[in-house]
Design a protein around this ligand. Structure first.
Ligand code: FAD
Ligand code: NAP
Length: 461
């Protein structure tokens, strides 16, 4: 019959580890199965190593900027393998921290790949060989997602390209990188590589990067990326990839070609449910194998639940953590609901994009009458660096209630600024309250509390 638990969690990423730990702390008997490294995407091939690489790139930019402040930077040299080795040491430490959290909470950790074999049973192909059966009154699917790229039938030669997982272990930094796809990952890595001195081309099928964000902000960020030396190709897709004397060669749908030393396909992610056995036990799957759930994170099988990227709502670590915490409380303590209102997010480009609430088009559609406050300016730091870099701030206010319904910031510190605004918006801040807030001078963020005149034209066609 196998070992019996109140909860068996499949996946030791952000959602799985949080759900297992909180459930165990609330008194449940919990087992967690992880097939790869503890911590999942965020810790191993996502947020954390990405942010470390982005810090690395930011130091590269800072070395250029320092000259305007009297510093000499002769003899500068960048060692990619040193950065990767330092990053690897930190990630290994974090793998241990996550494992320690589970051990201390009394969670049984099973190393291997799980397969759901019944509404309450899981079979694990153990990392050390052999099989182990686990029985859980509840099963929680927290298997996350994986990078997706077109098949070799669609784009011959595509197997020569990278997906984001590959970037964190590249043996060397290539001189020229071509990135296909301009979502979060495409844009972030475009500016990371650029900051590290790589020649970067960012290609995407639409006319602007970062679909879903405020259109004016997307345009502004595209200009900032171009000003930093990133070549942008819009409105086309790769149709064929091969190699000639000049490196990897991409043929585009418009007939053009490009060359690079490495190609990143940043064309999105799909849920990790292939071969997991969910459909065989009656769990209905959504598009691309996602797992639709109700407000209690329950699938179409009453004993099987899911949280995190696999449910394909909002693919962000803090959201996976919040879903997991809500799930654990709903099952083993009080009935806690989760709100997806005002989820803040940041794109760690250079400059960063931080956003909370609605874009202008959605705010107009939802509220009708809105006031738009927008400002574009060179921040104080760049008055001496000479860098062609500007910041952009944009506030959207519902005229009827005076509530702030959208904040959009493009600035090197946008993510840090946006977090405070997320708290203020969650508390229902009005424009009048914002106007009564005293600024901190001289900062970029003070502009957000001193915007007095709404503009009269609309940036949305
Ligand atoms: P995951 O973290 O993916 O964890 C799933 C785990 O399940 C994995 O460890 C996997 O090995 C395991 N697993 C899968 N199948 C099985 C099985 N059958 N048996 C056992 N184990 C299994 N989000 C942010 O908020 N901020 C960021 O800056 C950010 N940057 C990102 C950068 C990149 C390059 C990427 C790819 C993602 C980034 N994200 C970021 C998104 C974030 O990483 C995810 O939203 C988050 O990791 C989702 O957590 P999860 O628990 O749902 O899944
Ligand atoms: P993404 O943001 O959805 O972007 C995918 C990109 O690929 C888009 O430019 C999209 O173009 C393009 N694309 C999709 N299918 C394509 C196809 N068949 N052919 C050509 N282009 C195609 O995906 P992502 O960058 O992989 O990131 C995945 C998720 O991880 C994000 O949505 C986010 O939730 C999370 N993430 C978060 C952070 C962060 O918080 N900082 C960082 C990284 C990842 P269109 O726009 O035209 O569709």
């Amino acid at each position: 019959m196998g070992d019996a638990y109140d909860l068996v969690v499949i996946g030791g990423g952000s959602g799985g580890v949080r759900a297992a730990r909180v459930s165990a702390q609330l008194g449940a008997r919990v087992a967690l199965v992880e097939g790869a490294r503890m911590g999942g995407t965020c810790v191993n091939v996502g947020c954390v190593p990405k942010k470390l690489l982005s810090y690395g790139a930011r130091f590269g930019e800072a070395l250029d900027d320092m000259r305007g402040y009297g510093w000499s930077t002769t003899g500068r040299r960048f060692d990619w393998s040193a950065l990767i080795a330092a990053k690897d040491r930190e990630i290994e430490r974090l793998n241990g921290v996550y494992r320690g959290l589970l051990d201390r909470a009394g969670v049984t950790v099973v190393e291997g790949w799980a397969r759901v074999t019944g509404p309450e049973t899981v079979s694990v192909a153990l990392a050390g060989g052999g099989e182990r059966e686990l029985r859980g009154e509840r099963l929680l699917v927290a298997v996350g997602g994986k990078p997706w790229r077109p098949s070799a039938d669609e784009v011959p030669g595509i197997e020569q390209t990278w997906v984001s997982d590959d970037l964190f272990a590249l043996p060397e930094l290539p001189p020229r990188v071509l990135i296909v796809g301009a979502g979060y990952i495409g844009c972030e890595f475009a500016t990371i590589f650029r900051g590290l001195g790589v020649q970067v081309t960012l290609a995407h099928r639409s006319d602007l990067p970062l679909r879903g964000f405020d259109e004016e902000v997307r345009r502004f960020l595209a200009q900032q990326m171009a000003a930093s030396g990133i070549e942008c190709i819009t409105g086309c897709m790769p149709t064929y990839i091969d190699r000639d004397h000049n490196g990897l060669r991409v043929r585009w749908s418009d007939g053009g070609t490009s060359h690079a030393d490495g190609i990143l396909m940043a064309t999105g992610r799909i849920p990790n449910t292939a071969g997991l056995g969910l459909e065989d036990v009656g769990v209905a799957l959504g598009p691309e194998g996602s797992v639709p759930v109700d407000e209690r994170f329950c699938t179409t099988v009453p004993s099987i639940f899911a949280v995190g990227d696999v449910i394909d709502r909002v693919q962000l670590t803090p959201v996976a953590l919040a879903e997991a915490t809500a799930f654990a409380h709903q099952q083993f303590a009080d009935d806690r609901a989760l709100s997806y209102e005002n989820v803040p997010s940041a794109v760690f480009t250079s400059p960063q994009l931080g956003t909370v609430g609605l874009c202008e088009a959605k705010a107009r559609a939802k509220y009708g009458d809105i006031d738009v406050y927008a400002s574009t300016f060179r921040s104080l730091v760049h008055t001496l660096t000479g860098r062609d870099r500007k910041s952009m701030l944009k506030l959207l206010v519902d005229r009827a209630s005076d509530r702030l319904v959208g904040v959009h910031i493009v600035d090197p510190d946008a993510a840090e600024i946006a977090q405070g605004f997320a708290a203020a918006m969650q508390a229902g801040i009005t424009k009048r309250q914002l106007d009564a807030t005293i600024g901190i001078h001289p900062t970029v963020a003070e502009e957000l509390v001193t915007m007095r005149t709404p503009r009269t034209d609309s940036a949305v066609p």
